[in-house]
Design a protein around this ligand. Structure first.
Ligand SMILES: Cc1cc2nc3c(=O)[nH]c(=O)nc-3n(C[C@H](O)[C@H](O)[C@H](O)COP(=O)(O)OP(=O)(O)OC[C@H]3O[C@@H](n4cnc5c(N)ncnc54)[C@H](O)[C@@H]3O)c2cc1C
Length: 411
């Protein structure tokens, strides 16, 4: 394969583009907007080595009750949006069961463990070191019993995956974060997770590197994709672009495009919001408030609050209920100043019911490749799964077993 079009210039599209370029492929990325302006822009900026197990649907009655009654801030939904999610949620429920989840986590860990190793050379080549902090990430517990459960889980993750962490008492947390106002029960520190101070700018830096290495990025509408001879064609502002192969890396928009090629793809659309606050007393290290389901992260623009999952339809209006609650809870932790933006940003995590990204060639179309569905960790995973995709496309042996990620599993 000599030429490839990649549809989508988020972390997934750019990550794949860089790996393909490095294998001598002529790559054009097509996006309707500038690189890194959508989901890859507004996330919590964590390159999450601690997320070795994907985010499952809670199956214990207590947690489900809290979600159903709106007590939990982790998940929010409007009843009218649930029917559109019924089938994908049912599947998500099934895959979250113990035996399925064990196999899924093993596959997930194999790509998560590769994430920083794939980001590191791109960060260096892009000259983006200033955007990335290496001081880890913390999960904060207000309640003693939940803290004990968190410690037991961290111990299990160490025994299963060798994942490092350390336990901090409330006092130790307050020493490490002098502006914190409440100690809670304590925190768990995950030292190997990296924190990006402006996620959108990291994607832009990777996009600049992509151009420097000879790749092209043009504006165009992915919906114009059509077969052309033995390859593919898409219309761009610079005219038609043709290639032997095309990669769909449209994040949450991928199913819409693929519907017109006969692929009915169920995705659990989990919307999240962010807002920045001016703060003279920021945190040093990003913190997840486990009782309230949000992340508080120091960013170049201010302290960014990112929320949990809102189950939405594609065209649903913004309903930043979780952000309001998160802001109240975060204000207890540190003084938050005035908001930087007038309105919150929102974006959608592209989650597959089996929690694994979709990586490989389409079952019914030669030269049509999938690279989407990275869910809660697409910012982390883009370069690692981009490597896997490039290896598959160029006939190399993938760095880890690619079978669990193959598109055919969805149909
Ligand atoms: C609140 C929140 C917090 C998160 N926190 C983290 C985190 O800390 N760490 C982490 O790893 N992940 C996190 N995530 C998840 C992560 O952001 C996503 O998994 C990831 O950004 C998906 O990347 P992508 O490239 O697949 O999609 P996107 O970044 O959305 O890219 C898709 C691209 O497709 C383009 N596109 C769409 N339609 C068309 C069209 N018709 N024609 C042309 N182009 C089109 C868009 O313009 C866009 O550039 C978070 C997500 C949210 C919402």
């Amino acid at each position: 394969m000599k030429q490839t079009i990649i549809l989508g210039a988020g972390m997934a599209g750019i990550g794949a583009g860089l790996h393909l370029l490095k294998r001598g492929v002529d790559v054009t990325i097509v996006d309707q907007t500038e690189p890194g302006r959508e989901t890859s822009y507004g996330n919590a900026g964590l390159i999450q080595t601690e997320a070795v197990e994907p985010y499952a649907l809670p199956r214990d009655i207590g947690k489900l009750f809290m979600i159903a009654t709106g007590i939990s801030n982790d998940v929010y939904y409007e009843i009218s949006n649930l029917p559109s999610h019924a089938l994908s949620l049912l599947k998500y429920w099934w895959y979250s069961g113990p035996s399925q989840y064990g196999k899924i986590s093993k596959a997930y860990a194999s790509i998560i463990s590769r994430s920083t190793a794939e980001h590191a050379p791109f960060i260096a080549e892009a000259g983006a070191e200033d955007l990335v902090a290496h001081d880890g990430f913390r999960t904060f517990y207000r309640d003693g019993r939940e803290f004990e459960k968190g410690i037991a889980n961290a111990k299990r993750l160490f025994e299963t995956y060798g994942l490092g962490s350390s336990v901090m008492t409330g006092r130790q947390l307050m020493e490490a974060e002098p502006h914190i106002q409440i100690s809670g029960a304590g925190a768990i520190h995950w030292p190997d997770t990296w924190a990006v101070r402006d996620p959108g700018s990291l994607v832009v830096a990777y996009a600049d590197l992509f151009r420097k290495l000879g790749g092209k990025i043009v504006r165009g509408d992915a919906q114009s994709l059509s077969p052309s001879g033995s390859g593919w064609k898409v219309t761009t502002v610079d005219g038609p672009v043709e290639a032997d192969a095309v990669v769909v890396a449209l994040g949450p928009w991928s199913p819409t495009l693929l519907q017109s090629f006969g692929y009915d793809i169920q995705m659990v659309r989990k919307r999240g919001y962010h807002m920045h606050y001016r703060s003279d007393t920021p945190l040093n290290v990003p913190l997840m408030d486990m009782a309230n389901g949000y992340v508080l992260a120091p960013m170049l623009k201010g302290m960014r609050i990112t929320t949990g999952a809102e189950l939405t339809k594609e065209a649903s209006l913004a309903a930043p209920v979780q952000l309001k609650r998160a802001h109240k809870a975060a204000s207890e932790i540190i003084p938050l100043g005035s908001p930087v933006e007038n309105a919150p940003w929102s974006g959608t995590r592209p989650c597959m019911p089996d929690m694994l990204p979709v990586i490989g060639e389409a079952p019914k179309h030669k030269g049509l490749w999938f690279h989407f569905g990275h869910g809660h960790q697409g910012f982390t995973l883009g370069p690692a799964t981009g490597r896997m995709l490039a290896e598959l496309m160029t006939g190399e042996t993938p760095f880890t077993d690619a079978t669990p990620f193959r598109p055919a599993r969805l149909f």
